[in-house]
Design a protein around this ligand. Structure first.
Ligand SMILES: NC(=O)c1ccc[n+]([C@@H]2O[C@H](COP(=O)([O-])OP(=O)(O)OC[C@H]3O[C@@H](n4cnc5c(N)ncnc54)[C@H](O)[C@@H]3O)[C@@H](O)[C@H]2O)c1
Length: 316
């Protein structure tokens, strides 16, 4: 299969590209190396990909560059992972999130359709469930109370894609990822940031009581689910939760697990909760299990141990 993977230099994109290349697919990557976190980390993410995939450095919104990418290869599937991630940074730049995540997604889908590529997989987020108090979160929940510009941008992009399925004959699968962690996790995400602080003997800035919980999902499980979705994307619009689907883990528990895995004490500074953050996320993965055969296998303790092993290797 020939695939365009946007966001290839990022955390999830680089893992996905590696797995696609390992199984013999042809991968073209598009990434702008957005300065949200250092370029050096993204170059490192690409270490096992360079030379095996063609990586184009361009912004999603650069019409000429994206046209050229689509003219050079007849893709079977577009996997759209590029975007501005993160709830907190979205609070100060809602319009930028809207431009990249909604307009960028819309334009990419238009390019795909213009070149006859009808299969489109999109990285959405558990944050679309926003203020919902119906636990666990299921795909048919309303998801119309986003709590941050980031969440709103992901939900809006889903709705645009859903419309394009109807009007433009695209086949779209939207994957709602639940707090993904593992090697190469973005440096500002809690597990990575806390790990760094504990290792260096610096205080952890923990917002709120620490009892906020997440359905932390190990990256290998997310990639397995994404590959299954890629292989099955067809006509119509489908949406799947890709979470761990087990008991959620609180931030306080994450701190303890990291501290145990590192063999170092954690110094915790507590601050007020942050506007925009969701209190709890719990995924109902019944649909992904039934339709994709998605079966996450990595529990939080094992996943954190694997993350810490990677962190130690990287920070040496
Ligand atoms: N990591 C998670 O827990 C999580 C959870 C839910 C959803 N997601 C979504 O999954 C996708 C990948 O997340 P990630 O954690 O790997 O993030 P990431 O920031 O590591 O990767 C995203 C990549 O997109 C690129 N990018 C940003 N703006 C771009 C633009 N205008 N043009 C081209 N490339 C651009 C960045 O340079 C980056 O390499 C994102 O869309 C994110 O919103 C991630």
């Amino acid at each position: 299969m020939k695939l365009l993977v946007t966001g290839i230099a990022g955390f999830i994109g680089s893992h996905l590209a590696e797995r696609l290349l390992d199984r013999g697919d042809t991968v073209v990557g598009l990434d702008s190396f957005d300065p949200f976190y250092p370029r050096s980390l993204k170059e490192r993410n690409l270490a096992k990909i360079r030379g095996r995939a063609h990586v184009v450095e361009a912004c999603l919104l650069d019409e000429a560059a994206v046209t050229e990418v689509f003219s050079a290869t007849d893709f079977d599937v577009v996997v759209h992972l590029a975007g501005l991630a993160g709830v907190r940074p979205s609070l100060s730049s809602p319009s930028r999130y809207q431009r990249v995540n909604v307009e960028g997604t819309t334009r990419l889908a238009e390019h795909a359709r213009a070149r006859g590529v009808r299969r489109f997989v999109f990285a959405s987020s558990s944050s679309v469930y926003g203020a919902s108090k119906r636990f666990p979160f299921a795909e048919d929940d309303h998801a119309d109370e986003p709590l941050s510009p980031y969440a709103a941008s992901k939900r809006a992009a889903e709705l645009v894609l859903r419309a394009l399925v109807h009007t433009h004959g695209l086949g779209v699968t939207s994957l709602r990822y639940f707090t993904v962690y593992g090697p190469r996790q973005r440096p500002e995400m809690a597990i990575h940031a806390f790990c760094r602080a504990i290792d260096r003997g610096e205080p952890i800035e923990l917002y709120g009581t620490g009892e906020a919980s997440r359905d932390y999902t190990y990256v290998d499980d997310v990639i397995d689910g994404t590959l299954r979705a890629i292989d099955r994307v067809g006509e119509g619009y489908r949406v799947y939760n890709l979470g761990a689907g087990g008991a959620p883990t609180t931030l306080n528990e994450v701190v303890v697990l990291l501290s145990e895995a590192l063999g170092k004490p954690a110094i915790v500074h507590r601050g007020p909760s942050v506007v925009g953050d969701v209190e709890h996320t719990i995924a109902d993965i019944t649909r992904a299990r039934a339709s994709l055969g998605y079966t996450p296998t990595t529990g939080i303790r094992e996943g954190i141990e694997r993350f810490v092993a990677w962190y130690r290797g990287m920070s040496r």
